[in-house]
Design a protein around this ligand. Structure first.
Ligand code: SAM
Length: 406
């Protein structure tokens, strides 16, 4: 049985769009005179050369990985979120499948909460593989959200000590998927609440101190036009995270963030690495493509791994990814798609019912038997370890040293 099988509601106009766009298509498939201000605006900005907007009002294809699942998959106009067949958007459960969450993991909250939690998460199967490259130990997760990152590390044998997030619904999701309540509902942008968090984490870590401090602090100071500065107040959460590193002195640090830190956000990344170095950490930066780790989604994220004493090792992807990450944008002949062991939308969701559930709390039955390892993993029939072992046996893989990742 599955839960959370509900999609965002469509307006009448959006419904008309959804009915026209074919699998793999987008807003360009609509007639020129389609009566929508939003479509007009997209046409104008695309014509002005401000990006192709090629995922907007997009319908997924069965035979490809999905595009990035953002927090906006409750609407058709900001990405490629229309179900490959049904006249609706993908549901929270389908998005969770594309984010490689197991079906037993449920999401809680109201309105857009569930959508935001799923879109924000680190795919647990990816986190699991990153975790396997490290020695397991106690873990603290800051900006923990729904707990995708934590789940992957827990599956790899890490013991969660604390998860800090200011969002009530995300904390509820985190808590209700675990036996113990390890969440701390604190605003890490507030100095006094950060102090509280540090105090509580120290108590929970005990004499051994914090082993791994991990987290995905939001970083928006470079997402708009204009000069990108490390002291922009919108980047304060990254520096709150680094302040926690300075005060807790974890053995290992893992930071997840948007890929744009590599480019537009470079000044912030440089400052982060400088601060870690001042605290005595050696760092390694990797741009990780989730689809290279068995996640059925084109999702690129930047990870920073830092330690004073431990070897910095990354899990090797199952296939080499060639920039840019979108298959459609790859130079002809750069890769033979037929041979790529990437998982597709079909592998991820073809066993789920086309009809939505009346509410997220209503359990609905699977529509079909599982037809892929990914579906068997999601249903709890294959452990994360077995899933990875099966796939790794089919590709040349393993661990690689940090120096190779640059
Ligand atoms: C990218 S999400 C983290 C996702 C998480 N790592 C996962 O894998 O599910 C960032 C989180 O930071 C939280 N957050 C944003 N501002 C915060 C603040 N000032 N204090 C604490 N948490 C905050 C948000 O609520 C959100 O859950």
């Amino acid at each position: 049985m599955i839960y959370d099988h509900i999609a965002g509601r469509l307006s009448l106009l959006d419904r008309q769009i959804v009915d026209v766009v074919p699998p793999g298509g987008n807003w360009r498939d609509l007639p020129q005179d389609f009566p929508s201000k939003r479509i007009e605006q997209i046409r104008r900005t695309a014509a002005d050369g401000q990006g192709s907007r090629s995922t907007y009002y997009g319908r997924l294809r069965w035979d490809r990985p999905s595009y990035t699942i953002s927090t906006y998959f409750s609407r058709p106009g900001n990405g490629c979120y229309i179900h490959p067949w049904a006249s609706r958007l993908i549901t929270v459960r389908e998005a969770a499948r594309l984010q490689a969450f197991p079906d037993r993991y449920r999401f809680f909250g109201r309105g857009r909460d569930r959508f935001v939690q799923v879109g924000n998460a680190v795919p647990p199967l990816l986190a699991y593989q990153l975790a396997r490259a490290l020695e397991p130990g106690p873990l603290v997760d800051l900006f923990s959200g729904a707990g995708g990152l934590s789940l992957g590390f827990e599956l790899a044998g890490f013991e969660l000590k604390a998860a800090v997030d200011h969002d009530k619904a995300a904390n509820e999701t985190f808590r209700r998927n675990r036996d113990k309540d390890l969440t701390l509902g604190l605003n890490l942008a507030d100095a006094a609440q950060l102090d509280n968090a540090i105090h509580e984490i120290r108590l929970r870590a005990g004499d051994d101190g914090v082993y791994l401090l991990a987290g995905g602090p939001p970083c928006q100071g470079f997402s708009t036009a204009g000069p990108c500065r490390a002291d922009d107040h919108r980047n304060r959460l990254v520096f709150a995270f680094l302040a926690a590193v300075g005060r807790l002195s974890p053995e290992i640090v893992l930071i997840e963030n948007v890929a744009a830190l590599m480019w537009r956000g470079r000044p912030i990344l440089r400052e982060m690495l400088r601060m870690l170095s001042n605290d005595g950490y050696e760092s390694s930066v990797a741009l990780i493509h989730a689809e290279g780790y068995g996640v059925p989604q084109l999702r690129r994220r930047l990870f920073v791994l830092a330690s004073r004493a431990h070897a910095l090792r990354w899990a090797r992807p199952w296939r080499r990814i060639i920039e840019p990450s979108y298959l459609d944008h790859q130079p002809a002949g750069a890769c033979d798609e037929n041979r790529l062991p990437v998982f597709t939308v079909r592998d991820a969701i073809s066993d789920l019912p086309l009809d939505e559930a009346p509410s997220p709390e209503d359990a609905v039955a699977y529509a079909d038997e599982p037809t892929s390892e990914l579906q068997r993993w999601a249903r709890g029939e294959l452990s994360a370890a077995d899933f990875v072992t099966v796939r790794l046996s089919q590709s040349q893989s393993g661990l690689f040293a940090a120096s190779e990742s640059r």
